[in-house]
Design a protein around this ligand. Structure first.
Ligand SMILES: Nc1ncnc2c1ncn2[C@@H]1O[C@H](COP(=O)(O)OP(=O)(O)O)[C@@H](O)[C@H]1O
Ligand SMILES: [Mg+2]
Length: 222
């Protein structure tokens, strides 16, 4: 089943001579449960694509369909709610709340959405990510790799249908990156989540089911 689809997706910034075609007509189909790596040089449009897939920004033209829904037909408010319920984001910056414990950080988005925490499920995510012993700790008591795993746990805890990650291991050493990625892959499989991950790292891209290469806002290989 196709969970994520783009059709003729374009995002242009500016106009005239200085116009940048960050996305220049992208057609993409991603199946439920698939783990897709997006690679491409700096400025090729990777982050812009991820923002569009997650409904963080509206395209110049074209559509993004998530789970059968054309998301940009939604009003801003509806889009925000849709995003919160369907999409998990992992960015390079962990954005953990320093005064909250690891557990509190992980369940914060669920509580912000006014939902009850599914403790069994979140504990399963925590244990898959090897964070059981760190739950009472504050973020600054953790290593970079551990903080990264907390950010991943937080994204998975809301049970997003789709996990979007922009260079999630960009700040980690090669060994830790591989570990974190293996864990994300296992977690994704275990919970049937679809993952789209931007990476510069070819070794990490090789862990994906499929690699999509983009150049100048277009897919060059799939
Ligand atoms: N908000 C913006 N305003 C103007 N240009 C932008 C903006 N965001 C991205 N761009 C441009 O769009 C192109 C693609 O950017 P981006 O998607 O961030 O690339 P990548 O993530 O592959 O490095 C680049 O030329 C970048 O400068
Ligand atoms: Mg980028």
């Amino acid at each position: 089943m196709t969970i994520l689809q783009t059709s003729g997706l374009k995002k242009y910034y500016g106009s005239g001579d200085t116009q940048v075609k960050a996305l220049d007509g992208m057609n993409l189909n991603i199946e439920q449960g698939e783990f897709v790596a997006i690679v491409g040089t700096s400025g090729s449009g990777k982050s812009t694509l991820l923002h569009m897939l997650g409904g963080l920004d509206r395209p110049t033209a074209g559509t993004v369909t998530v789970d059968g829904k054309d998301i940009f037909t939604l009003k801003d408010e509806e889009l925000t709610i849709f995003r919160r319920r369907k999409i998990g984001f992992v960015f390079q910056a962990y954005n953990l709340v320093p005064v909250l414990s690891v557990w509190e950080n992980i369940v914060l988005p669920i509580q912000l959405d006014g939902n009850k925490v599914d403790t069994d499920f979140v504990e399963a995510v925590v244990s898959t990510l090897g964070l059981e012993k760190k739950l009472p700790s504050l973020p600054n008591q953790l290593s970079g790799g551990q903080q990264q795993r907390v950010a991943i746990a937080r994204a998975l805890a809301t049970k997003p249908a789709i996990l979007l990650a922009d260079e999630p291991t960009g700040n980690l050493d090669s060994k830790t990156s591989q570990d974190v990625l293996s864990l994300m892959k296992v977690t994704g499989q275990k919970f049937g989540q679809t993952m789209v991950m931007i990476t510069h790292n070819e070794e990490i891209a090789q862990l994906a089911d499929r690699i999509i290469r983009i150049e100048d806002g277009r897919i060059v290989e799939r």
